[in-house]
Write a protein that binds this ligand. Structure first.
Ligand code: NAP
Length: 225
């Protein structure tokens, strides 16, 4: 077990991140990021070689302390995110700040802190972006702006760190708590059978992470049929 590569997955307490943890588990040791310690313990119980990594990504001191304990890292998956949506007219600065803080700044800062560990392993950074990272629809500006920004982050990182692989994954609507909240804010029906399953997004991540050494999946789009 200790010979397996190490992967840190943020947002692993539920949703897409938890599905990624399940799919990487047979081939990786796992650190499971999130804030909900009970949920993290439950995911860890199901997965051999997995342990909780409970950190609030917006708490700079905790993040630095937790990242400082990792000296070699093969895979970093940024799945943690929030989806505060609203029109420009209805979105105060707090909504913009919250989206940017979790979806962009925390991603950049955690990556920066872990760069020496990632370089030591010629590692792989995976960013769970969104269709909103390419298309800003009405009512989705604050979230879309954060996803456009984190696409730029990934593109810069890929160009700056040729020893790493950097993959952005762009899922469409996926059946998770975030999508339930988004539909509640939009005011539409929740139609789970029309959305992606978290496992389908996780399959894209597994494909990128287990690619043959000469191959680099830079971007993967995943849409419900
Ligand atoms: P989710 O079910 O709501 O889960 C969000 C995860 O992020 C949870 O594990 C949560 O941890 C973690 N998180 C949020 N804020 C955090 C913070 N400050 N510190 C640490 N962890 C934090 O969301 P999801 O649908 O799986 O979304 C995962 C990613 O996919 C996000 O980046 C999202 O933008 C993207 N995405 C989702 C959809 C969709 O339709 N669901 C579509 C496209 C892209 P705790 O619960 O432990 O706090």
């Amino acid at each position: 077990m200790t010979d397996l590569p190490l992967a840190l997955i943020t947002g692993a307490s539920r949703g897409i991140g938890a599905a990624i943890a399940h799919q990487l588990s047979p081939t990786h040791r796992l650190l499971l990021g999130g804030r909900d310690t009970d949920a993290l313990a439950k995911v860890a119980e199901e997965l051999p070689g997995a342990e909780p990594w409970p950190v609030d990504l917006t708490d700079a001191a905790s993040l630095e302390a937790a990242a400082g304990k990792i000296d070699r890292l093969d895979v970093l998956v940024h799945s943690a995110g929030i989806g505060k949506i609203g029109t420009v007219a209805d979105s105060p600065s707090s909504v913009w700040r919250t989206n940017l803080e979790v979806n962009v700044i925390a991603v950049a800062e955690l990556t920066r802190l872990l760069l020496p560990a990632l370089r030591a392993a010629n590692g792989h950074v995976v960013v769970i972006n969104s269709g909103a990272g390419y298309t800003a629809r009405p009512g989705w500006g604050p979230y879309a702006a954060s996803k456009f920004a984190v696409r730029a982050f990934a593109d810069s990182l890929r160009a700056e760190e040729p020893g790493l692989r950097v993959t952005s994954v762009f899922p469409g609507r996926t059946d998770t708590d975030m999508q339930r909240e988004a539909r509640a804010q939009e005011g539409g029906a929740y139609e789970a059978d029309k959305y992606l399953r978290p496992d389908s997004v996780a399959t894209a991540v597994l494909t990128a992470v287990t690619a043959t050494p000469e191959a680099h999946f830079t971007e993967i789009q995943v849409r419900p049929r």
